[in-house]
Design a protein around this ligand. Sequence first.
Ligand code: PRX
Length: 649
Amino acid sequence: MSAPDTIMSSMVETREFPPPGGFAAQAHIGSVAEYERMYKRSIEDPEAFWAEVAENFHWFRKFDKVLDWRCPNAQWFVGGKTNVAYNCLDLQIERGRGNHTAILWEGEPGDTTTLTYSELRTEVCKFANALKKLGVKKGDVVTIYMPMVPELTVAMLACARIGAPHSIIFGGFSATAIADRVHDANSKIIITADGGWRRGKIVPLKDNVDAAVEQGTSVETVVVLKRCENEIKWTGGRDHWWHDLVEGEADACEPEQCDAEDLLFILYTSGTTGKPKGIMHTTAGYMVYTAYTAKMIFDLKPDDVYWCTADIGWITGHSYITYGPLQNGVTVLMYEGAPNQPDWGRFWEIVQKHKATIFYTAPTAIRALARQGDEIPAKYDLSSLRLLGSVGEPINPEAWMWYYEKIGRKNCPIVDTWWQTETGGILISPLPGAFTLKPGSATKPFFGIDAAVMDSAGVVQPDNAGGLLVIRKPWPAMLRGIYGDMERYQKQYWSQIDGKYFTSDACRRDEDGNFWLMGRVDDVINISGHRIGTAEVESALVSHPAVAEAAVVGIPHEIKGQALAAFVALQVGRAAGDDLKKELLKHVGTQIGAIARPDQLRFTDALPKTRSGKIMRRLLKELASTGEVKGDTTTLEDFNVIASLRDDD
Ligand code: PRX
């Protein structure tokens, strides 16, 4: 998808919120002047800037060169040898944090576990030894499909310790989605659990893995954690219980001395084609950037109890539950379940009970929580909170104000953090002790991030004129490629505006240099802060024997931000009806997962197309959102199609 030429921006928001009393004085970055001084240096001499930041980490071998950049291929900390798990655990223990709580976990039923940094290292080493015994070697991709339990963190750190890249699949994805990802990564092992708790029910994770493996994958070994004690099928020789594997294993495991550019993980994300892309992140750049952004943006201090409500299956969980916070030696609060289990007070009860100091969530959750009424959070003591964060989609000013007043009680800055699976870490965000906040703006670029708003020809746009967000310089945590498809990597990210990183987000920059994100310009829809490519849902629909053709578009949704609307043309001889509609929605759930299920599905005789055969998604979007079509239809092949779609409604 190419970039549109112009983007209109009509939002005007004038409220401003300086850091609340006392915050600036204790913050890592306490003034705009300090931010500007550091930012200037980071842009003018990025190599010196990042070399200095990198000094604070453990290296088996110091790097020879900070950056080798041959667009689109970046190498950071060239020649350096390190281990990310070592930096998350051993380095913290060496710094005297061994007895400090690393993970404070609460299951949905209310069970809790804590692990100190030393205990976490022991668990990681035992599991790393077990993986080795199963034959996992440096460079082997390990698939992880688990609930939000401490063992998920253990599994990912164990992989990092032995240099085996992980590929984590969100627990809401279906068997087919697992099979596709396992196949793409040629992974021979899956780590899963019998089940996980979600809204009082057990998610049958092991059943999904069984069904995925049966689809002819490369998987030879399945490791199963006992979590819910639900009944599961067992395949002897292939399946192993986690607890049997770790029993008797040594509690030390020599960390692999990984090259700075060794693959740390693959994470699949949606793009504009039907096939998800495996985003590749490597070792040292990702390690340094996630640790440093976590420290500065969340203003992390040793006694913080930091809670990010994301699932580790998404990039937010990778970077800001596991790798970023643990490298700062803080206590990471983890919760397994849903925000409304047993009721909508659950998040606030957890904050109160564990005295969380930092709370990081998505606008969709904030809107859902706000809708339940102010009385719910008002019942809880939220005075431990000192900082709030938002991620995943633009936060509308109303949701921002509710979060600021009802949760932060006007005492907590909000960091609205803009980033992507591909960027590895946060690129645009307030520094909470320095910035005056404007509700709805992610404010300014982080150190080293050269962000600009351009038109599709690469011309920088004037203040307040909408355009495309691009990043003009490489940064340490940037993706290094798409697994198995470097051509797509070059084309998608570095060619749309030659030699610059193309974000696919529309944006404007105001006269004070604040960035206002305006949503995606491609066919990727942001549902509840999660990315779904419309092409993926279309291909799932078309894979059903009754469907001839399908078009899927995004429409506004009060809670989820956006939702999907599907238009389906059936094969000749198939009759439309409610039963088929239900069956098709279920089919999308089975092919991808429940998050991809459209909210609306309409049958049509044909889809509106241009003369060259392109589906006119713009018209469908207008129709699905407003119930009618006023837009320009001059290139439409068959005007009757739109009339019949309207009638069908
Ligand atoms: O459109 C932007 C939106 O989420 C997209 C990236 O999605 P994903 O790779 O799943 O990562 C989400 C978590 C980092 C972006 O292209 N997005 C993310 N954060 C924000 C946002 N849009 C506006 N404001 C944000 N703070």
